[in-house]
Design a protein around this ligand. Structure first.
Ligand code: AMP
Length: 272
């Protein structure tokens, strides 16, 4: 395992045929599934571990975000990573940094609830692609809007990188694995799977021709009853990340909701 902390040290490795998995660390089975997918196709699997400050809004959990670095290195190695790129904030950003804004797909949902978040994501991913120079980069559909943002970034700016989007890895009870699940109290952990349950029910309702608005209302009310504060529960066109319309064929149903102080997101996708 090679662990590098600077751009110069990474470049000096001269890696070829790189599969790349960008992460913020606190690795779990979701991240490891991306590393294993990269391992299947690439000689070198680079995992970046960087808690990117520019994608956190001032009131968010940047300072309390978990950072178990030694454990992350062990887990990444066991899953097939060959190099860890773990730069400092100073290594990545200078004063008054350039920022990339991806339009349209960032307007609503996470983009509206987390101002500046996707500018932070698009910029750091662009930087990481230019540093790491991967053949293929692996992302999780758990963060579905992020996938849409990165797809547009890569197409519009002609990054020579293939993208691979991996299915969401879940706990036995359906809760999507997330580094933020460690914040949940035992009581909150018990109700958390309700998010995925409501997404699954909503999908069946849309497939049975319930209106999008009625589907959204019923799920939102049900989640509120269980103690969630719902930021959005929406039936959307998953390519545009805009509300679905009668012509939509490629759907997602997406949710963001808070239990206590923890904000969770999840989604399901389907076609018709
Ligand atoms: P993060 O460390 O949260 O920035 O996540 C790094 C990558 O892992 C992103 O591409 C996420 O979408 C992906 N990821 C996070 N959780 C999961 C999960 N439960 N299943 C699959 N991929 C995931």
């Amino acid at each position: 395992m090679k662990i590098v902390k600077t751009v110069a040290d990474y470049r000096a490795l001269g890696l070829q045929d790189v599969g790349f998995v960008p992460t913020m660390g606190a690795l779990h089975e979701g991240h490891l599934s991306l590393i294993r997918a990269a391992r299947e196709l690439h000689e070198e699997v680079v995992v970046s571990i960087f808690v990117n400050p520019t994608q956190f809004a001032p009131h968010e959990d940047l300072s309390r975000y978990p950072r178990p670095f030694e454990r992350d290195v062990e887990l990444a190695t066991a899953a097939g990573a060959t190099t860890i790129f773990a730069p400092s904030v100073d290594e990545m950003y200078m004063a008054s940094p350039v920022s990339i804004h991806v339009p349209v797909v960032t307007e609503l949902y996470e983009g509206a609830h987390r101002p500046g978040h996707f500018d932070g994501v698009a910029t750091v991913v662009a930087k990481l692609f230019l540093i790491v120079q991967p053949k293929t980069a692996y992302f999780g559909k758990k963060d579905l809007q992020q996938c849409a943002v990165i797809q547009k970034l890569v197409r519009d700016l002609n990054f020579p990188v293939n993208l691979y989007f991996c299915d969401t890895v879940r706990e036995m009870d359906g809760l999507a694995k997330s580094s933020r699940n460690v914040y949940l109290s035992p009581e909150e952990r018990e109700v958390a799977p309700e998010l995925y349950r409501q997404l699954s029910v909503a999908k069946e309702r849309v497939e049975a021709s319930m209106s999008f608005a009625e589907t959204e209302n019923q799920a939102t009310n049900e989640l509120a009853k269980q103690g969630f504060v719902v930021d959005y529960f929406s039936v959307i066109d998953r390519n545009l990340f805009q509300p679905a319309n009668p012509d939509t064929r490629e759907f997602a149903i997406i949710v963001a909701a808070r239990i206590g102080t923890t904000r969770l997101i999840d989604n399901v996708t389907f076609d018709r």
